[in-house]
Design a binder for this molecule. Structure first.
Ligand code: FAE
Length: 547
């Protein structure tokens, strides 16, 4: 095991998988961790979509991490909540009996309103692997924002539907750079534990990890990292680890071991639908309108806000335009969704009181990908669990934290694959283009160079030690770096700048931002635990003082 360690302080030294519980939190006794323990479900959509003309106390735009925390805590405080989600409900199986498509065979369910897939790994052995698909309100949006493709989840559950579930609390010493205006003591004593409990975070059993065929790729990653002097760290995840062991034993239907990840996970992952949103449904106070897209928010003449909503069908056409009134509106449409809305509403005069920080401070969490070609004596396995469980930590010395990621092709590739999170200092800005009526982002592909340099602080050294080379066939022909994308958009309505220190938008009382848009561009690790913990902190304050 060498110097393999658990990533967070909370779980360090734990030899068996553990759910990280909310020590010291009001939720300590609450079981939110996992589908087995989820409260009895009422459907969030049973009441039907919101009618035009409705007046609601609270409207939440988006059903990802920020939105789900907001809805649950408000409902528990006795407030009725209407959530509006542009994506689908993802609660009905397709003709193959499954709700979600497999990563290796994308179909109509896989992409948001595209006629051709836009897979993050675009090539294999140099050959393009994208293919035509019917245009449909699928689960993964590959949103092209000029110099970068921003991948996002679409549907009830937001990014939790498509992500790898890696649930990482930043190291305490890095927190000051992540959210400088937030009290770290409170976050680490109360809100990170509360978020970890609510999300059902756990870690792989190290003994099982050591023997499981499906983690051969990660053991190769560990061995090579350690031989070059880098610590390999186990990374917590919201996947149900007991379920994965049963998948490996062949006793349950396979999800992680069938390569499911990017286009949804049919069984083992605890997406928000199984945790926060299941709890929200159980309160009976939360309703979701899927396939509804908010297009405008502006002050209503009698107080509160007028919200314009397009109802769409599965080919993306607007079938109805609705006008509703809400006393309070929470922007939880994700970093890009919230930023685009706010920039448009400020520029068009719908929300004239917003300040000049709107749209600023956007970053890509320093994402960059690469592969390495191993020698024939270092196979990485034909069977690869799609859920990563470890990473290489060189943050302090080299500015990079690299997930040892799977390449679940079903065949032996001898490849090691990595998604690095780096300390990239570049920040972009959203702006309104009156001519096209759209919001753009001024990120440039060249701004990824610091990320590449930081990732090289790990992989140049490993290649030199192992006598290996980079793969050049995964992102094009003779292209080493996946520098064209991010999975981790952050910022655009930064805490304590565009909003006060709890997410209240300046200039318009009753409007809040409560998602990844609040975080100024980087979390030093995968972001959703920090987004969840910050939402827990902010909504507690808002419930105590504003309602
Ligand atoms: P998000 O979850 O994106 O939710 C926003 C929701 O708002 C979405 O459902 C949208 O469809 C909806 N929406 C947007 N605009 C509108 C509108 N105008 N009207 C109505 N609805 C709207 O926001 N993070 C990790 O920590 N660990 C991982 O392992 C990880 N892996 C990832 C893998 C992939 C492929 C991707 C795409 C992301 C991954 N992430 C991961 C990032 C993570 O999912 C992301 O940071 C969070 O989902 C962001 O949470 P928010 O609440 O900000």
């Amino acid at each position: 095991m060498g110097d393999t360690v658990q990533y967070n302080n909370e779980s360090r030294g734990v030899s068996r998988r553990r759910f990280i519980t909310g020590t010291g939190s009001i939720l300590g006794a609450m079981t939110l961790a996992g589908h087995a323990a989820a409260a009895p479900r009422r459907s969030l959509t049973a009441a039907g979509p919101i009618p035009s003309g409705a007046h609601v106390p609270v409207l939440v735009i988006g059903t990802g991490y920020g939105g789900s925390v907001t809805a649950l805590r408000l409902a528990q405080a006795g407030v009725d909540v209407q959530m509006v989600e542009m994506g689908m409900a993802w609660d009905t199986p397709g003709s193959d009996g499954k709700i979600f498509a497999n990563t290796t065979s994308p179909d109509y369910r896989s992409f948001w309103l595209r006629t051709r897939t836009k897979q993050p790994i675009s090539n294999f052995l140099g050959f393009p692997i994208d293919k035509n698909v019917p245009r449909y309100t699928g689960i993964l949006d590959a949103e092209e924002m000029g110099g970068i493709i921003v991948y996002q989840g679409r549907g009830v559950g937001g990014g939790s539907l498509v992500n790898g579930g890696m649930a990482v609390t930043p190291k305490r010493e890095n927190f000051g750079a992540v959210l400088p205006s937030v009290n770290a003591d409170e976050m680490y004593a109360t809100y990170y534990p509360r978020a970890n409990a609510g999300l059902g975070v756990g870690t792989v059993d190290p003994a099982w990890f050591d023997s499981a065929d499906c983690y051969q790729y990660a053991r190769v990653g560990r061995k090579q990292a350690q031989r070059s002097g880098f610590p390999f760290v186990f990374v917590p995840d919201v996947y149900d680890w007991d379920y994965m062991e049963q998948e490996a034993a062949g006793t349950v239907p396979k999800s992680a071991l069938a390569g499911e990840i990017l286009y949804g996970n049919n069984y083992g992952k605890k997406s928000l639908q199984k945790t926060y949103l299941a709890q929200a449904a159980a309160t009976g106070r939360v309703t979701v309108s899927p396939l509804h897209k908010v297009t405008s928010v502006s002050p209503a003449s009698g107080g509160g806000y007028t919200v314009l909503i397009d109802q769409i069908n599965t080919t993306g056409d607007t079938t109805a335009t609705k006008t509703v009134t809400a006393d309070r509106v929470f922007f939880a449409a994700g970093s890009v969704g919230t930023s685009k809305l706010l920039v448009k509403l400020k520029a068009t005069g719908a929300l004239p009181g917003l300040n000049d920080q709107i749209g600023k401070g956007w970053g890509d969490n320093g994402n960059v990908m690469c592969g390495r070609a191993n020698h024939l004596w270092d196979p990485t396995g034909a069977l690869q669990a799609s859920i990563p469980c470890g990473g290489i930590d060189n943050w302090t010395a080299g500015g990079a934290f690299a997930e040892v990621a799977p390449l679940p092709t079903g065949i032996e590739t001898f490849a090691s694959f990595y998604l690095s999170i780096t300390k990239n200092p570049n920040r972009a800005e959203f702006s309104w283009n009156a001519g096209t009526g759209t919001v753009g982002l001024n990120w440039q592909t060249a701004w990824k160079q610091p990320s590449i340099d930081m990732a090289k602080s790990i992989f140049d050294k490993i290649n030199a030690k192992e006598g290996t080379i980079y793969r050049t066939d995964l992102f094009g022909t003779y292209k080493i770096w996946g520098d064209h994308l991010t999975y981790h958009p952050l910022g655009g309505a930064v805490l304590d700048k565009a909003t006060d220190n709890y997410g209240r938008l300046h200039g318009h009382p009753g409007l809040y931002v409560i998602d990844g848009a609040l975080i100024p561009g980087n979390t030093s690790v995968n972001p959703f635990v920090t987004i969840t913990a910050l939402a827990e902190r902010n909504i507690e304050k808002i419930i105590a003082t504003d309602l």
